[in-house]
Design a protein. Structure first.
Length: 393
C-alpha cells in the first residue's frame, strides 16, 4: 500500500498533537481550577519546559550514539510513562489536587521531551511500504488537534477540569499503540558519519546564519506560547468563556491543514526558504490581531494568520535544514530547531504568567507582539536561500 507508512505515522502525529491540545492547550483551565495563579502556572510551565530541554539533550545523545537503534526503546519508555502518569492523575484528581497537579506537570515535561524522537521516526530507512510524507502526517495531527479542542472546550465548560485528565488517558493510549505498530529501522551511516553527527563542538560555527535564525524562531515561539498556553486567560479577559477558547483553537488547527497537506505543491512554486522567511510576518499579525480583537467574530478571523505562521514553521524547517546542511549534520539541525520551541516555552511561560498578573493580558500581548516583530525581521534577514523546490527522498 503506497500510503501505508504515512497513515501509520499520521496516527502518531495525531496522538502527539491531541496530547498537546489536551495537556498544554488546556493546562491553564486545569491548574486554575486547582487553585493556582497565573504567575504560578507560568512557573510550572517554564520548569516543565526546562526539564524537557535537558532531557532532550541527554536522550538525543544516547540515541545518536546507538546509531538510532535505541529510538524505539526510548519512545516506548516515554509514551508508556505518559500513559501511566495520566491514569494515576485521573485516579488522584478527586482525592488530592496537589498530587494530580504534580503528575500533570510530569506529563507536560515528558510530552515536550518526546517530540524530537517522534520527528526522527519519519527519517528512518523506508521499507517497501513507501516513504513517509511528513507534511500530510503533520496535517493529520493538526486535524486531530482541532477536533479535540472543539470537543474538550465544551466538556471542560460542562464537567470541569477532570474531563481533561480522563481525555488525555485515552490520547496517550493511542500514542503508545501507534508507536508500537509503526515499523522503524535507522538509516545506515558510516562510522565517520556517526562520529560527525554526534560531535557538538563547532556545529553553529559551520552554520552561523542558522544560529541567528534560531534566535528569531525563539522570539516567534514566545508569542506563540503566549497565545497557546494562556488562551483561556485571553478569552476571559475579553469577556468570553472556554467554549470560545476551544472553538478558536479548533479553527486555527483546521486552517493549518491546507498548507500542511499541500506543502509539497508549494515547494514546487517556491523553495522552503521563501516560505520560512515570510512566516514571521504572520506570527506578528496574529499576536497584534489578538491584542486588538474586540469581538468573537474578529477573534476568530485573526486565526487566519495560522495559515502563514504556525502551519509553515511546523513543516518548512524540515525541508529548509535539509537544503542548507550536509546530510550528516541534518539530524542535529532538526534537534537544535526543536529546542528553540522548548527554550521559548521556558522564557515565555515564566515571563507571560507574571506579566498577566502585574500588567494584565494587554501588557503580555504587547510584549508578545514586540517579540514577534523582532523575530520576523531576523528571519527576513538571516534565512538563506535554498533550492529544494520539491520533496526528495
Amino acid at each position: 500500500m503506497k500510503y501505508k507508512r504515512t497513515i501509520q505515522y499520521a496516527f502518531i502525529q495525531s496522538g502527539y498533537w491531541m496530547g498537546v491540545g489536551g495537556l498544554i492547550g488546556f493546562s491553564s483551565a486545569y491548574l486554575l481550577e486547582n487553585g493556582y495563579t497565573n504567575g504560578q502556572i507560568g512557573v510550572i510551565a517554564a520548569i516543565c519546559s526546562l526539564i524537557s530541554t535537558f532531557g532532550q539533550i541527554v536522550v538525543a545523545g544516547w540515541v545518536d550514539r546507538s546509531g538510532g537503534k535505541q529510538l524505539k526503546r526510548w519512545l516506548y519508555l516515554i509514551t508508556g510513562s505518559l500513559l501511566a502518569a495520566s491514569l494515576l492523575q485521573a485516579i488522584l484528581f478527586p482525592i488530592t489536587r496537589l498530587g494530580a497537579s504534580i503528575l500533570f506537570a510530569v506529563d507536560m515535561a515528558l510530552l515536550q521531551m518526546v517530540l524530537p524522537l517522534i520527528n526522527s521516526l519519519s527519517v528512518g530507512k523506508e521499507p517497501e511500504g513507501g516513504r513517509t510524507d511528513f507534511g500530510i502526517a503533520r496535517g493529520a495531527g493538526s486535524l486531530a488537534y482541532a477536533l479535540l479542542a472543539a470537543i474538550l472546550g465544551k466538556w471542560v465548560a460542562r464537567w470541569g477540569a477532570r474531563s481533561i485528565s480522563l481525555t488525555i488517558c485515552g490520547i496517550f493510549l493511542l500514542l503508545f499503540l501507534s508507536v508500537h505498530f509503526y515499523a522503524y529501522e535507522p538509516r545506515e551511516l558510516s562510522g565517520q558519519d556517526v562520529q560527525r553527527v554526534s560531535r557538538e563542538k563547532g556545529f553553529l560555527f559551520r552554520y552561523p546564519r542558522f544560529g541567528i535564525t534560531l534566535s528569531g524562531c525563539i522570539l516567534l515561539y514566545i508569542s506563540h506560547v503566549l497565545l497557546n498556553n494562556f488562551s483561556l486567560q485571553i478569552v476571559l479577559d475579553k469577556g468570553w468563556d472556554s467554549v470560545v477558547m476551544g472553538n478558536t483553537q479548533a479553527i486555527a488547527a483546521v486552517l493549518e491543514l491546507p498548507v500542511m497537506f499541500c506543502f509539497g505543491y508549494l515547494l514546487k512554486k517556491k523553495p522552503a526558504s521563501f516560505w520560512f522567511r515570510l512566516c514571521g510576518i504572520a506570527f506578528f499579525l496574529k499576536t497584534v490581531g489578538t491584542l486588538l480583537a474586540t469581538s468573537v467574530g474578529g477573534f476568530y478571523a485573526v486565526q487566519l494568520m495560522q495559515m502563514g505562521g504556525w502551519a509553515v514553521i511546523a513543516v518548512a524547517p524540515v525541508y529548509y535544514i535539509k537544503g542548507i546542511m550536509a546530510p550528516q549534520d541534518a539530524v542535529k539541525g532538526q534537534s537544535y530547531f526543536t529546542m528553540t520551541n522548548t527554550i521559548a516555552s521556558v522564557v515565555g511561560s515564566f515571563a507571560c504568567g507574571f506579566l498577566i498578573d502585574d500588567f494584565g493580558m494587554g501588557g503580555a500581548l504587547l510584549l508578545g507582539s514586540i517579540c514577534a516583530a523582532i523575530g520576523a525581521v531576523i528571519l527576513l534577514v538571516s534565512v538563506q536561500r535554498t533550492e529544494n523546490h520539491m520533496y526528495t527522498k
